[in-house]
Ligand binder design. Structure first.
Ligand code: SF4
Length: 289
């Protein structure tokens, strides 16, 4: 871990932020490892934006319109170091104080530590927690995402959030061809989404992406746990960026059936629009009195 001072904290697009750069969760498919992101340090040597809280406070203070603030698109905001650093937590406190909404993508149950702020932000405006679910087989889950809690533990997080009336979105992605693209796995994940009342699911199809940088890392994983599969990947997908499961059609049919039946938002753009929408609850309350 190393510390840096940054000049800006919010991206121009969608008011997103990443208080950490790099990640120790070790997901074998991680796109952030791709060369195109130009990392000059190891992924596991997490860069900590130590002035993120002050910058965010100052930025939100001068923003003309309140909106949703997102985090977690490039690095999980709940790194193990967050337990002691509390940067994500303090950013949530700033978001609450300034009357903005919040949404975060994570795989970590550490998000529940901040339940107090999540509830208060959601009460005042809107807070949506986005959780990635990829594999309900715990043994396999620990191979694929070795340094973070399993999909089944994340489902328990979704249950707690449901109990506390915090809306949730699930990222059903990536699904690894010939490994996690089974009917049973997708059925289990969808059942969890239904039972925990998720608002929407982000699914771009049953498959994954690989490009220079993360491809090599993923192939090392195949060499270690599934040696015959590496050649199968090469023969099937060559250097393709998008690797679609041979079961895509059947699994996506099941996906849409379940989503339609249970009123779950199923198209990525519709989910993103839902996440972006800032309800102005405070304004509505003001008008009532
Ligand atoms: S949690 Fe996200 S950023 Fe971290 S290793 Fe996994 S895919 Fe990469």
């Amino acid at each position: 871990m190393h510390f840096v001072e940054v000049k800006n904290i919010l991206t121009g697009v969608n008011n997103g932020m990443n208080v950490y750069r790099g990640c120790v969760h070790g997901c074998v498919y991680c796109d952030t490892r791709s060369n195109c992101y130009g990392f000059t340090h190891a992924m596991e040597d997490v860069e900590v934006k130590q002035n993120a809280v002050e910058l965010l406070d100052n930025t939100l203070k001068h923003k003309k319109q309140r909106c949703m603030i997102g985090t977690g698109s490039m690095a999980d905001p709940y790194q193990p170091c967050e337990k002691g650093l509390l940067i994500t937590r303090k950013c949530l406190e700033v978001i609450l104080k300034r009357g903005f909404g919040a949404t975060m993508i994570t795989k970590s149950d550490l998000v529940l530590r901040d339940l107090d702020f999540l509830k208060e932000i959601n009460h005042r405006s809107k807070c949506v927690v986005q959780i990635t679910l990829t594999c309900t087989d715990d043994v396999l889950s620990k191979k694929i995402e070795p340094n973070v809690c399993t999909t089944n533990e994340r489902i328990k997080v979704l249950e707690t959030l449901k109990y506390n009336n915090i809306p949730t979105v699930v990222w059903l992605s990536p699904i690894l061809p010939f490994i996690t693209d089974t009917k049973e796995n997708i059925k289990n994940i969808l059942e969890a989404c239904v039972s925990t009342n998720v608002k929407g699911i982000v699914c771009f199809g049953m498959g994954m992406t690989l490009r220079k940088g993360n491809r090599e890392y993923f192939y090392d994983f195949l060499d270690k746990f599934y040696p015959p599969l590496k050649q199968k990947y090469i023969d099937t997908f060559r250097e393709d960026y998008q690797l679609s499961s041979p079961n895509n059609k059947e699994l996506m049919t099941m996906y849409y059936e379940v989503c339609d039946k249970h009123n779950i938002i199923s198209y990525p753009n519709d989910v993103f629009n839902y996440l972006k929408d800032f309800p102005k609850k405070e304004k509505q309350l003001e008008l009532m009195f």
